[in-house]
Design a protein around this ligand. Structure first.
Ligand code: ZN
Length: 239
């Protein structure tokens, strides 16, 4: 797996038929999804309950690429090992769920997964300033977590701040919530997020094969001077 800043599409299985996860994961990959985003909710940190490690383990064989597990649960530490054993490539924990997010991120990497940290809309970019060298992904929530299908909340300023803070580090910025394919003016600015901005040939291909939308992992701006071997290999290559 090697890190790169190409745009990734990571549909959430929240939008899937819950009685048919395996086939749904295979279908979104067949339509070009780069990662499969798995939203785990506990009815405590967020007002909804979705699924747990057993379900992740069950769908793992149906995912050829990256299984990107977003834990919206508190406490989170007792469950990290279980999700890693279930085959999660990326495990993301919320900074709001623990006073010891540093320890949580250490535990995620210690379990063999890539470490992500997520921010709800009310949490500033500065909350992860001391964590930049120990994360592989920063998830910017563009809805208040808890349900699928909510309206997108513009977090442009936070994303811009994070991008500047990250610099050349091999860290993904993931935009999660309310993402849809309708063009937004700020997406077209190259210095900001632009995950739907693709070469004309790619755009034509996408319009010919609509893909499910929900969560999008994206990066922006110039490639790092010295790409570091990291996240992105499995299932991340596409035109
Ligand atoms: Zn998510």
């Amino acid at each position: 797996m090697s890190f790169d800043r190409s745009i990734k599409i990571a549909p959430s299985i929240l939008a899937a038929d819950f009685a048919n996860f395996g086939a749904e994961c295979e279908a979104i990959e067949a339509q070009g999804a780069d990662w499969v985003h798995v939203d785990v909710m506990d009815g405590h940190f967020v007002p909804n309950i979705t699924l747990g490690p057993a379900t992740c383990a069950a769908i793992r064989p149906h995912i050829k690429g990256v299984m990107d597990v977003h834990l919206m649960i508190a406490p989170v530490d007792p469950y990290i090992e279980a999700f890693a054993k279930a085959g999660a490539d990326v495990i993301t924990a919320h900074v709001e769920t623990t006073p010891h997010i540093h320890r949580t991120l250490q535990a995620i990497r210690g379990a063999g997964a890539k470490a992500g940290v997520a921010l709800t809309p009310g949490t500033p970019a500065s909350a992860v300033a001391e964590l930049l060298d120990m994360v592989d992904l920063i998830c910017v929530m563009t809805v208040n977590p808890g349900f699928g299908g909510q309206k997108f909340i513009d977090m442009t300023a936070k994303i811009r701040d994070l991008r500047a803070m990250i610099g050349d580090r091999p860290v993904h910025i993931e935009i999660d919530g309310g993402v849809d394919p309708r063009p937004r003016r700020w997406w077209r600015r190259p210095e900001q997020m632009c995950w739907w901005r693709a070469p004309p040939s790619s755009r034509a291909a996408r319009s010919a094969t609509p893909r499910p939308t929900a969560r999008t992992s994206a990066r922006s701006a110039p490639p790092p001077k010295a790409p570091t071997s990291d996240l992105a290999g499995r299932g991340s290559s596409r035109a």
